[in-house]
Write a protein that binds this ligand. Sequence first.
Ligand code: MGD
Ligand code: MGD
Ligand code: SF4
Ligand code: MO
Length: 734
Amino acid sequence: MRTAHRTCPLCEAVCGLTITLDEDGRVAGVRGDDADPFSKGFICPKGASLGRLDEDPDRLTRPLIREGGEWREASWQEAFEAVERGLAAVPGPARAVYLGNPSAHTMAGALYAAPLIRAMGTRQVYSASTADQMPKHVAAGLMFGHPLTIPVPDLDRTGYLLMLGANPLESNGSLCTAPDFPGRLKALRRRGGKLVVVDPRRTRTAALADEHVFVRPGTDAFLLAGIVHTLFAEKLTDVRVPVRGLAEVEAALADFTPEACAAACGVPSELIVRLARELAAAPAAAVYGRIGTCTVEFGTLAQWLVDVANVLTGNLDRPGGAMFPHPATEGPRRRKPYATGRWHSRVRELPEANGELPVATLADEIETPGEGAIRALVTVAGNPVLSAPNGARLDRAFAALDFMVCVDPYLNETTRHAHVILPPPRVMQAGHYDFALLGLAVRDYTRYSPPVLPLEPGRPLEAEILARLTMIASGQGAGADPALLDEMILDQMLRKAADTPGSPVEGRDPAELRAMLTGGNGAELRLDAMLRLGPYGDWGGREPYENGGEGGDGLSLARLLRSPHGIDLGPLRPRLPGNLATASGAVELAPEAIVTDVARLREALGRQAEGFVLIGRRHLRSNNSWMHNVAPLVGGSNRCTLQINPEDAAELGLAEQAVVRSAAGELTVRLEPTDTIMRGVVSLPHGWGHAGTSQLVAAKHPGVSANTLTDESIIDPLSGNAVFNGVPVTLSPA
Ligand SMILES: Nc1nc2c(c(=O)[nH]1)N[C@H]1C(S)=C(S)[C@@H](COP(=O)(O)OP(=O)(O)OC[C@H]3O[C@@H](n4cnc5c(=O)[nH]c(N)nc54)[C@H](O)[C@@H]3O)O[C@H]1N2
Ligand SMILES: Nc1nc2c(c(=O)[nH]1)N[C@H]1C(S)=C(S)[C@@H](COP(=O)(O)OP(=O)(O)OC[C@H]3O[C@@H](n4cnc5c(=O)[nH]c(N)nc54)[C@H](O)[C@@H]3O)O[C@H]1N2
Ligand code: SF4
Ligand SMILES: [Mo]
C-alpha cells in the first residue's frame, strides 16, 4: 500500500484528496486530505468515488477509428494520421472547435486549447461557456476591463450573503472556488451573519439559510434592479472604489421601482426594499449569482446588477464583500477596451464574446450550406448532444459532418459521431493544476498534483494529444514533435516578459531563463514559467505570503512539489484600482452595451407570467452528463425526475408520468411531486438521456435529456448564452 495526494479534478471546489493505492496501482481508498490548508479534509461522494471513476472498465484505453459504421481500435500513430487526412480535406474557416467543461479543469485544456484554436484557422469556436457563465465574463469585461476579473464573495469574512440561482450544497460552488462550501455557509451563520437564498426551489442550500425567497424563473434581473433602484431612492449608496457612470445607472433604472419589479419577478416589493436596506446596513455583505441567474434571457444584465449592487453598497473589493482573487499564475493584464461582437456568426449574425460564438448556434452553422459552413469538428471534453440547447438537433447535425475528432475517455452520445476518438489517460496518470479555478478562489492558494501512476509506454498525456492536434491543424503533420510547440510557446512567454518594462525579469536573457526551468513535460515547464513569473514567483514576485516571504522563497514548480498538500497564500486582499483594466482606470458602472440592453428589460416589466416554465437542477452525486457510469453514484436520490408542485400535479390530473412539450421538442418524464418547488415551475436535471454509448452502467439509468426541451433560438443577446431556466412548457398526462 502507498499513499498519494492530489487535487480532485471533478468540480470547482479543488479539494485535496489522499489516495491509497495497492501494489498493483489500484485505488484502495480516497479520503479528504486533512493537511490541505484550503479544503482541510473535506470530501464529497464524487471525490470519494474518484477511484471507481478512474478505473471504470468502460473508459477507452486506445484510440478508436470508425469506418463504415464499425469501430476499431487503432495505434496512436494511425489515429493521428487519420486526423491529418480528415482535417487536410477541410479548409480552416470550415473547421470548428468545441471545448467542454472538463477542459476548464485539465492542464491540457488550460495550456493547449488556445494554440489549438489558433492552429485551426477558424472563428468557429464554441464551448460550454455559452451554456454556462458567459454572461459573467461579458459583464466583468465591460465593468472591470477583463473577462476574468471576476469578484467572488469573501465567504469566510462576510456578514451577509445574498445568493441567487446557486445551490452549493449540491454543486459545491461555481465561479467561487471554496472547498467545503456547506461548512463555510454554516460558519457564516455561526458568527452571526445572514444568508439569504433566492431560488424557485427550496433547495438544501435554501433550507440551511436564514431566509429563502421564491423568485419566478428568469426574472432575477428585475429583483436586482429593484434592489439597486431602492439603494438610489433611499440614498443608501456608499461607493468606495473609483467608478464612472453612477448617474447613468440611476437614470437607466428609474422605472424599476420595487412595485414594478415585484410584479415582474414575484418577490413582494416590501421584501425587495428590505433586502436593499439589509445589504446596505451590513458591515460587510456580498451579492453572488450563479447558474440560475446566468442561463436566462437577461443573464448579462443580472450579472451586471450583482456587481452594481456590490459597488453601491461599498462592498466591492473590501474584506467580507466581493473581492478579486490573486492567483499564483496570473499574468499582467493589458489595459484595452473590452468589447464583444468583434465578429459575428455567419447564419444568425450573433456577436462573438471572448472569441467564441454561442453554442446555441452551432447546429445552424453546420446545417446551413454556404461558404464557411462547418464541415469538420474537433471536440475536447464535451458532450454537446446532451449539454447544448436543443441537443437533439445537434445529434442530427453531427451525423452529417465530413470529419469529426473527439478527445474524450468515453464513446458517448456526442463522440459516437466521431471518425476518430482520442482518449486521454486516467486522472491518476496526469498532473493537475487548476489554472482557471484558482483565479476564483475565496482564499489565495496554490497546489500542484504530480501524476500518481505512470503512463503506459507509448500513451500520450492529454496535453500531448492537444499539442499534436495543434501541429496537425497547422499543417506540420502527424509526425511532428509536440515538444517543439512547447519550446515555441515558452520562448514567446519568456521573451515577452523580458521585454516588458517593470517585469521582474526585464532585460534578462530568455535563453538563460529557459535553462532555469524544470519539469518533466511541456505542461510542467509552462507551469514552472508561469509560477516563477507570477505575483508570488521566485523571479521577483512582489506579493508576500506567510510561508514564503518577499522574493526569498518564491513559488516555482519545485517549491510546489515540496508542498504536496498545497500552500495557503492568505485571505483575499483589496486589489483596486490596480486590478482594473478598463481604459478609464475606473469601474465602468454603465457600459453602453448594457445600458442599451436595459431597454429590453424595461419592455418586459409589464409582461404577464402565464403557463408553466421549466428550470434545471443539479444532484450532489452527478456531474453534468458523464458520471452516470459509476454505480455508487447513480440511483437513490440521483434520478432523472421532473419536480412539480403537488397542487399543480393535482390540478392537471398528473400521476406517475407526464408529457412535457416546448417549442423545441417533447419528452415523457417520471414525476416527482414536491412542495419545495414553486407553483407554475417544473424542474428537470440535465445530462441524462443516455443512448448509444459504451457506458454500460449509464445505459441502465438512461433518463431523458432536458435539452430536448430547451430552445436554441432564444439566447441572452449580449453574451450569446443559452437559456435553460424559464423555458415555457405545457404538461399533460402520459
Ligand atoms: N438544460 C441544461 N443544460 C445544461 C446546463 C443546465 O444547467 N441545464 N448546464 C450547462 C453547463 S453549466 C455546462 S458546464 C455544460 C457542460 O457541457 P459539456 O462540457 O459539453 O458536457 P459534459 O457533460 O460536462 O461533458 C464532458 C465530457 O468530457 C469528458 N471528459 C471527462 N473528463 C475528461 C478529461 O479529463 N479529458 C477529456 N478530454 N474529456 C473528459 C466526458 O466523458 C464528457 O464526454 O452543460 C450545460 N448544459
Ligand atoms: N454535484 C454536481 N456538482 C456540480 C455539477 C453537477 O452537475 N453536479 N456541475 C458543475 C457545473 S458545470 C456548474 S456550472 C456548477 C453550477 O453550480 P450552481 O450554480 O450552484 O448550480 P445548481 O446546483 O444547478 O444551482 C442552480 C440553482 O438555480 C435555481 N434556479 C433555476 N432557475 C432560476 C432562476 O431563474 N432564478 C434563480 N434565482 N434561481 C434559479 C435552481 O433551482 C438551482 O437550485 O456546478 C458544478 N458542480
Ligand atoms: S466537492 Fe468537488 S472537488 Fe471536492 S471532492 Fe467533491 S467533486 Fe471533488
Ligand atoms: Mo458549468
